[in-house]
Write a protein that binds this ligand. Structure first.
Ligand code: GTP
Ligand code: SPV
Ligand code: MN
Length: 594
């Protein structure tokens, strides 16, 4: 497939380590993909769903102990500990290679080594980057075929260059005690062992497109961010682009694919999806920031996806899709998850493959009582998405009018506010906080600081990352305005106050009006907040001006509590924390005490 000696030498030495029975190169052809699906079905790795309702769709179940990213087993292995920083787990590269070499040795015995050449971004374009993943898992191959651009043309684009990310994965024995997701940014290398779950093993995604890419971006003057990208088209045909960073399972896919509420749909507004998880951002010649989506598909959260919450995502999953850890309706071999439009099936297997009893469902123990795992996922092709942007394959990306940060906060953060400048916007991103979700192993619902939704994904020192954000602002003549949103504020009974989903468009409209200088705002200690009457609530049941006032309140006491927590977090980041952000923090505190 290639004469590239860097590629061939590397594969040879990795094969000597893991000792596969054979080596198979993935060429991107449908014939090869089908052959692999058939093998996976014969071994039980995949289960074929109802061909009529779900053509070419499959169900996969991971090991029960392997259902989410494992942040405590994820390492950034730079030569010095300081370069990884206090927010990351660090291991000395030599020590880490030695430790994992033991785990990889002979781990492919009796298995095939699949070689996946893939491109993040349009193959051969200036802003794309190439990776090669070696894996012993057909599930990984089939997911990478959807999530990235795979095939011989990638090797042609690489030519005889050594510039590719070397990814080695083995599901090995899925041994939880020896599970490691390790990154060597100084070597362009990722080693992942003993997992078979998405974010741990689809190495193009979080490992490359965020951790390694953020490291490269700092070196090369661009940014890799955990952001969706959407285009909002006005009735006059003009499209404005917005990128938004929310932590895992906090609404990126849903916002990226939103269907405008009736008031806007009627008027001719449309939303287009450019990306739902990752954005690579550069300064364009015109001094604006351009964002492109390096992925080729969606690895989306299944539960909660239905025709009302996210019709477009649901349609995207109707063919050529791989479902992971959802429920199986045994009557018709279709999939089911909590929050689907159809009623719970009477005769079903849960995500573990056990007979499921709907009557035992307990909201407080979803993992053990729900049909689908709370972090169950669909892997679907971007081209299946009814609202995929015409700019999806534009290698340069799209110019950003606004950047939005957002978290899952029951209290404190208002529905939306606007920062005063790029520096203040960087501060707003740096103090983001959110309740943890099922997307990572560990407790769910605990508020933690998650700057720019990148806490688990920055491939270097967080202080340097903040400095890089400030630097990018200085290099950008016309930077986008920066906002913060929170769809998740709750009332005294714990119910979400804001309807969310498609109605989030109402907030986007205020944001774009602010960017165009067409609407006023109220200055508060944290930034600019909308006047309650400036968010369009026409056609919203049960949402009044009073609701809007409640959603937009800035409560000084709870913000002052937050300030103390932010100080602790900044200290944890350490001495590479930029002075400018400490200044912003002092301003915030002073504003709150005024
Ligand atoms: P990752 O793929 O993990 O990065 O997640 P994501 O940020 O793309 O989150 P996603 O859009 O898949 O949403 C995660 C969960 O949040 C789902 O259960 C959604 O139903 C729920 N959700 C998304 N948007 C909203 C919203 O506006 N309001 C409320 N209340 N829930 C939402
Ligand atoms: C996330 O957790 O942010 C995801 C899913 O997008 S994973 O690929 O597991 O990282
Ligand atoms: Mn994500």
């Amino acid at each position: 497939m290639t004469n590239n000696k860097y590629v061939l030498d590397w594969i040879k030495s990795m094969a000597e380590l893991v000792q596969p029975d054979g080596i198979e190169w993935i060429d991107g052809s449908e014939e090869q993909a089908q052959k692999l699906r058939d093998i996976a079905c014969s071994t039980g790795e995949l289960f074929k769903l109802n061909e009529k309702e779900y053509p070419n769709c499959y169900l996969h179940r991971t090991a029960v102990n392997d259902v989410a990213r494992v942040e405590d087993r994820t390492f950034i292995c730079t030569r010095t500990k300081e370069d990884a920083g206090a927010i990351n787990n660090w291991m000395d590269p030599k020590e880490c290679y030695a430790k994992l070499t033991k785990l990889f040795r002979g781990s492919y015995k009796g298995r095939t080594m699949y070689v996946i050449p893939y491109s993040m971004g349009v193959v051969g374009s200036e802003f794309s980057k190439i990776g090669i993943e070696l894996t012993d898992s057909i599930y990984v191959v089939l997911n990478m075929l959807i999530m990235t651009r795979v095939g011989t043309d990638v090797l042609a684009a690489l030519g005889d260059s050594p510039d590719f990310v070397k990814g080695l994965h083995s599901k090995a024995n899925c041994d939880k005690e020896n599970r490691y997701i390790c990154h060597f940014p100084e070597d362009n290398t990722i080693w992942s062992v003993n997992s078979g779950y998405g974010g741990n093993v689809l190495l193009g995604k979080k490992c490359f497109a965020l951790r390694i890419a953020s490291y490269l971006g700092r070196k090369e003057g661009w940014m890799a961010e955990h952001m969706l990208i959407l285009g909002l088209e006005a009735p006059n045909g003009e499209t404005k682009y917005i990128a938004a960073a929310f932590p895992s399972a906090c609404g990126k896919t849903n916002l990226a694919m939103l269907i405008p509420p009736e008031v806007y749909k009627k008027a001719g507004y449309k939303v287009w999806t450019v990306g739902d998880d990752i954005a690579w951002i550069r300064v364009g010649k015109d001094g604006r920031l351009y964002a492109m989506n390096p992925e080729n598909g969606f690895f989306g959260v299944a539960p909660g996806t239905n025709s009302h919450s996210n019709y477009n995502a649901l349609m995207t999953t109707k063919k050529n899709c791989i479902f992971t850890n959802v429920g199986l309706n045994l009557d018709d071999n279709t999939v089911w998850w909590e929050g689907m439009d159809t009623p719970a099936p009477a005769n079903a297997l849960n995500w573990k493959g056990e007979k499921w009893d709907a009557s035992k469902y307990d909201k407080a123990d979803k993992v053990n009582t729900s049909c689908a795992h709370p972090n169950s996922r669909f892997t679907a092709m971007a081209t299946n998405c009814p609202c995929i942007s015409p700019e999806f394959n534009n290698p340069k990306g799209v110019p950003l009018t606004a950047i939005i940060f957002g978290g899952r906060r029951a209290k404190t953060a208002p529905l939306v506010y606007e920062s005063r400048s790029w520096q203040h916007g960087t501060f707003v991103g740096s103090i983001m906080a959110s309740e943890t979700t099922a997307a990572a192993a560990g407790a769910v619902g605990v508020v933690r600081r998650d700057p720019m939704a990148m806490r688990p994904f920055v491939g270097y020192n967080m202080g340097d990352y903040f400095a890089h954000w400030l630097e990018m602002g200085k290099k950008t003549a016309n930077p986008p305005k920066i906002f913060h949103v929170n769809w998740f504020r709750t009332d005294a009974e714990g119910h979400f106050i804001w309807p969310g989903f498609g109605d989030n468009m109402r907030v986007l409209m205020w944001i774009l009006a602010r960017c165009a200088g067409k609407v006023d705002a109220v200055e508060t200690p944290i930034g600019y907040v909308p006047k309650p009457e400036d968010i369009n609530i026409e056609g919203l049941d049960g949402v009044t001006l009073d609701t809007m006032r409640e959603l937009l309140t800035v409560d000084r006491e709870s913000w002052l509590t937050d300030v103390e927590n932010i100080k602790e977090f900044y200290q944890l980041v350490g001495d590479r924390m930029p002075r400018e952000l400490y200044d912003e923090l002092a301003t915030l505190e002073a504003n709150l005490k005024k």
